[in-house]
Design a protein around this ligand. Structure first.
Ligand SMILES: *Cc1c(COP(=O)(O)O)cnc(C)c1O
Length: 414
């Protein structure tokens, strides 16, 4: 079928549609019930052809989406990606290499080893592999830990990501959640005294507030894992001190599709002794030329967009980008503290700002807000806005103005 040969006119049309749609500023948020997926109820009997199908779904692909690059989008841990990064993801999709097989993807495998080695070094660890997210990174690390140490228990904080609890469940391990202090950091004095049968999971950048646990905690544990899904990127910035101690971990997970601006499905699991860890979670299959390491079978080359981003920026460029995110979070915090109608939870330490109107319910303000978007989090039973500085094109003033306008609007209505 000729559909398997690139059609230049068709591809040019697809790219033209993409460019036109992306040039519109779009909306920082589309409510789930406002998005319109108008498709036939049943799988259509007769196809309409690739070009027409692209046009038919352009609305869903580009219009009914929250634009992560909108100046008012200061919400989730999801960044926009640089244009050459998503272009590289298109390249990887075009050749559809399977990193599982050296046979079909020799260079893609070598590229992944190479960039993983670059980043492992940054964390002071020996190596690891790419996974689709920190959910899988956490599960993989705890799996290796259980195999190598025989640990039966996971000890983490109450502010840990749900994937840590989920991993313990899957692995048949008990999960103990230790209380946190008023800054959402694990209270190390409440760790069980004997950790010899435990994997301690510390968080570098909790999902609600970006808090970083004492990354030296849990000495004496059978294994120490750091979930650095969000804040791991700081290791490449000028704020490395925020992650002091991460280099002493047995394993670390980092989501590159968060603060390293990668397309979804890009993360790392790193180990102090990668060779030993990989051996513990490897399977050989008759048809496989090399052992299958970790949880996944077939997978694509997420190393290609990553390598292109790292080459484009270099270490200095990455640092500047992440430092700018930290500065943006500070700017938002300053705007909030200088406004008597707004309050700040604590100064941000890893680019996550929790704030809210003093007198209005944050959730009801958010629902009615236009032109900007924030996420929310519950901290100690209270609802707060959560603004994550993952969007380099965000303008904190736009977000604060939108919140204030909505607040003042609701006051007039009362
Ligand atoms: C986002 C996040 C995860 C999960 O990572 P995914 O890449 O979404 O799978 C785990 N832990 C923390 C602290 C996170 O912020």
């Amino acid at each position: 079928m000729s559909d398997f040969r690139p059609d230049q006119a068709g591809l040019e049309h697809a790219v033209r549609v993409l460019l036109e749609r992306m040039q519109h500023r779009g909306s920082p948020h589309v409510a789930p019930d406002a998005a319109d997926v108008s498709l036939p109820r049943q799988l259509p009997e007769i196809g309409i052809g690739g070009g027409a199908a692209l046009d038919a779904l352009a609305q869903i692909a580009f219009a009914d989406v929250s634009r992560l690059d909108h100046p008012g989008f200061l919400a989730h841990m999801d960044p926009p990606t640089p244009w050459y990064t998503w272009a590289a993801a298109m390249w990887a999709a075009a050749t559809n290499q399977n990193v599982l097989h050296p046979d079909t993807a020799p260079a893609a495998r070598a590229l992944e080893s190479h960039v993983v080695a670059w980043l492992a070094r940054v964390f002071g660890l020996s190596g690891g592999h790419m996974v689709p997210g920190s959910t899988v990174a956490n599960l993989t690390a705890l799996w290796a830990a259980r195999e190598l140490t025989g640990a039966t228990r996971v000890v983490t904080s109450e502010a840990a990501h749900l994937s840590v609890v989920k991993s313990a469940d899957i692995l048949g391990m008990e999960c103990v959640q230790v209380p946190v202090d008023d800054k959402q950091q694990l209270r190390t004095e409440l760790l069980p005294p004997d950790l010899s049968d435990s994997v301690v999971v510390l968080t570098a950048g909790t999902v609600a507030t970006g808090a970083v646990d004492d990354l030296h905690a849990g000495q004496g544990a059978a294994w120490r894992h750091v979930d650095a899904a969000w804040a791991g990127a700081l290791r490449l910035s000028s704020h490395t001190r925020a992650l002091d101690g991460i280099e002493t971990a047995d394993s670390v997970g980092v989501s590159l599709h968060k603060w390293l601006y990668q397309p979804k499905g890009s993360a790392l699991v790193l180990f102090a002794d990668a060779e030993r860890a990989h051996e513990a979670i490897s399977y050989g299959g008759g048809y496989l030329a090399v052992p299958n390491v970790g949880l996944l079978g077939s997978r694509g080359s997420s190393a290609l967009p990553l390598a292109i981003t790292l080459l484009a920026w270099g270490r200095q460029g990455i640092a500047e980008q992440i430092d700018a995110g930290m500065a943006m979070a500070d700017e938002l915090a300053d705007l909030v503290t200088s406004d008597a109608e707004l309050e700040l939870w604590h100064r941000p330490c890893t680019g996550v700002v929790n704030w809210r109107p003093v007198e209005c319910d944050p959730e009801s303000v958010r629902e009615r807000m236009t032109g900007a978007w924030v996420s929310t989090a519950t901290i100690d039973g209270d609802r707060w806005f959560r603004s994550v500085a993952a969007n380099p094109l965000a303008d904190p003033r736009t977000v604060v103005s939108a919140v204030k306008e909505t607040m003042n609007g609701s006051r007039r209505e009362n």
